[in-house]
Design a binder for this molecule. Structure first.
Ligand SMILES: C[S@@+](CC[C@H](N)C(=O)[O-])C[C@H]1O[C@@H](n2cnc3c(N)ncnc32)[C@H](O)[C@@H]1O
Length: 466
């Protein structure tokens, strides 16, 4: 018993264990593997220490140079490692802490990142553990800042490999999200639901499609699951969606099931004039056009407007495109409807963007909520009497949704809420609040045979100008 306890002692920073490999001549595969891990550690630092968004870093054109110089296969591996580490970061850190006798020295962030990248692979990815350990030790050896810790890296990671199952059980008790975020989730949803949402967002999201016309034939052609909104969920799939039937002919586009809800809230919009004020990359614009509306798509970013244009071209859909700030947009005649799918903290999309929880904080949420309230006030001036305003975003925070709308309705008596009719949304009753607003979370939509569950966190509601 004593002996066993002794063996389980956490490692000191000076721990001596099996000597790590010194700098050695690496074969081609090892070299590539090392480059991937070094890049992953560097990019992890950019996200958690410099608060740079992963989308920007991994952009194939404007992204990080170290990432851009990798081949496609190595980029995919780097991305998979980063997503996995960021998704599970509090638990990865807890696993490492349980194996260390004392915390790493304050300035040892490069070492922290090397260890996290390796531990994330060992715990959560289907990558041979010995490769993760050997490459991390080699990485430490090659970096003068980390060299003196190479033995520690070797010892800690080897023990993590040996004790993986026990460690996984132990860290399952640790909150999977940062404390600030768990506090906000708990305040908004109650402790139990908050925990459910935090666990649900650990699952990588499935791919959902919205079809231009009848989804039924495409459900069959793609072997997809039909969701309550009419969206299609692909079975587990690796590769490019561009290779699937229907892509080239523009029969569908990728859109999370939750993101497909706001545009549907207008009801029948055939021949109505609707402005989509935050339009790119255009998923909701496409839905509005496909439903028969005459659409004006407003988008501030030139790059994102170019993407929207490309997307509409592939889909064979036409809108009036206005590139500019929505605050400068005022059409000659009042509109039948306006969709404001506003820029937000994106906390509802952490299944695919786990970096959000490390690059954003409560102060960003407050700032974004204030901007959205200003946008919504402007949006409301653009519709005629009786016209509808659909407001939505992909945040889970009530400050950016329920609270903001309640404040606006209190201050502007010319607006009223049009409650969503639960009877029209069979299968999604759980997502409609007592006030008649949509509130989806990653913990909603149960899995069915062969298909995963879940949906992005979204807020959506309908307002009418009296
Ligand atoms: C959440 S995204 C919209 C997603 C889009 N509705 C869709 O379904 O594909 C928000 C968009 O608003 C744009 N945006 C932000 N501020 C804006 C402004 N002041 N005027 C117009 N567009 C803006 C951003 O560039 C971004 O493309």
């Amino acid at each position: 018993m004593n002996q066993e306890k002794k063996n389980k002692k956490p490692f000191k920073h000076t721990a001596s264990a099996k000597p790590p490999k010194g700098p050695a001549l690496l074969n081609h595969e090892d070299k590539a593997g090392l480059e991937v891990r070094a890049t992953a550690a560097k990019l992890l630092a950019a996200v958690v220490d410099k608060k740079i968004s992963l989308d920007g870093i991994l952009d194939p054109v404007h992204g990080n140079p170290a990432y851009k110089q990798l081949n496609d296969q190595d980029r995919a591996l780097t991305r998979a490692i980063l997503l996995s580490v960021l998704r599970h970061l509090p638990r990865v850190e807890a696993a490492l802490a349980s194996l260390l006798e004392s915390p790493l020295p304050q300035g040892a962030r490069p070492l922290h990142h090397v260890l996290c990248v390796a531990a994330g692979q060992i715990l959560y990815l289907d990558i041979p553990s010995h490769a993760a350990v050997d490459l991390a030790v080699e990485q430490a050896n090659r970096d003068p800042r980390n060299r003196r810790f190479a033995k520690l890296v070797n010892a800690v990671l080897r023990r993590l490999v040996r004790e993986k199952e026990a460690v996984l059980q132990q860290i399952a008790q640790v909150s999977p999200v940062p404390d600030w975020y768990m506090e906000r989730l708990s305040a908004g949803y109650g402790a139990d639901s908050a925990r459910g949402i935090a666990e649900a967002q650990l699952a990588p999201p499935p791919i959902d499609l919205t079809t231009k016309g009848d989804p039924e034939p495409w459900a069959e052609a793609l072997g997809a699951r039909r969701l309550p909104t009419g969206s299609l969920r692909l079975p587990s799939f690796e590769g490019s969606v561009a290779s699937l039937p229907g892509f080239d002919e523009g029969a569908w586009w990728v859109q999370d099931v939750a993101a497909s809800i706001p545009a549907k809230l207008f009801g029948d919009i055939k021949d109505k004039r609707i402005a989509d004020l935050c339009a790119a990359p255009g998923g909701k614009t496409a839905q509005l056009i496909a439903a028969g509306a005459e659409v004006i798509a407003v988008e501030q970013s030139a790059n994102r407007m170019a993407r929207l244009r490309e997307n509409l071209e592939r889909l064979g859909l036409k809108a009036d495109l206005v590139q500019g700030d929505l605050f400068d947009f005022s059409p000659n005649t009042a509109l039948d409807g306006v969709l404001l799918d506003a820029p937000c903290s994106s906390t509802g999309t952490t299944r695919r963007h786990p970096d959000v929880l490390w690059t954003k904080g409560p102060e960003d949420i407050a700032k974004l909520a204030a901007l959205q309230a200003k946008m919504l006030r402007h949006a409301a001036t653009l519709v005629k009497s009786g016209g509808l305003i659909v407001f939505s975003n992909c945040s889970l925070d009530p400050l950016e949704g329920e609270d903001l709308v309640a404040d606006l309705l209190r201050e502007d008596p010319t607006l009223e809420r049009v409650p969503v009719d639960v009877a029209l949304w069979p299968g999604l009753e759980q997502a409609i609040t007592a006030r008649g607003e949509f509130r989806t979370t990653p913990a909603m939509l149960l899995p069915s045979e062969g298909f995963s569950g879940g949906m992005d966190g979204f807020f959506a509601c309908v307002l009418r100008r009296r």
